[in-house]
Design a binder for this molecule. Structure first.
Ligand code: MN
Length: 191
């Protein structure tokens, strides 16, 4: 069994103008596809062949880990947005954000700072800890919080390939635009 590029829950042009069709063609069609293809090549004939993606992300190292985590991270990231998104989280996640960050605005500010200040390529994550609290963490490169025992709730990809075509070096503008398309009902369902 080999891994396949996951479908998006919207059309590639649907997130315009915040994320252009051109960016989505490269990001989903080229980058995400390449991680899938490389993962399939690299696990062939290894003990990871036939394992779930989560198992490979948790237990592998080196190139297999990098590609497996990037496959997982990108699906999680792309699924988090919707052309009708924006606004605020719901229900229990909304209450937990107020409890752990003070307010939604403070959370958004702190998460944006984590995304903007992450040096080089990587991911900013909102995670649920084993105690049920929320935390914001930065991961470099393909880093994935499930390896540290956290449950991911939301993420922003800050690799330059995620925003360079639309925003060039203006990462803060890209991060700001993404808040306007977050699919909060979906994100809240992960909490
Ligand atoms: Mn990416």
């Amino acid at each position: 069994m080999s891994f396949k590029l996951p479908d998006l829950p919207y059309e590639r042009s649907d997130l315009e103008p915040r994320v252009s069709l051109r960016t989505m063609d490269f990001h989903h069609g080229k980058h995400h596809q390449t991680y899938v293809d490389n993962l399939n090549k690299q696990i062939a004939g290894t003990k990871f062949e036939g394992d779930t993606l989560e198992t490979i992300v948790t237990e592998s190292e080196g190139g297999i880990f990098n590609n497996a985590a990037q496959v997982w991270n990108h699906k999680f990231f792309f699924d988090s947005f919707s052309p009708s998104g924006g606004g605020h989280p719901q229900d229990e996640l909304a209450r937990a954000i107020e409890r752990d960050f003070g307010s939604f605005d403070k959370f958004r500010e702190e998460f944006s700072r984590a995304a903007v200040t992450l040096f080089g390529s990587g991911w900013a994550w909102l995670v649920k800890t084993s105690k049920g609290t929320l935390d914001i963490i930065q991961e470099s490169n393909a880093g994935n919080p499930i390896r540290r025992g956290f449950s991911p709730v939301f993420t922003i990809d800050v690799w330059e390939h995620a925003y360079y075509l639309d925003y060039q070096n203006r990462r803060p503008e890209y991060v700001k635009a993404l808040w306007e398309i977050v699919n909060w009902p979906l994100v809240s369902s992960r909490f």
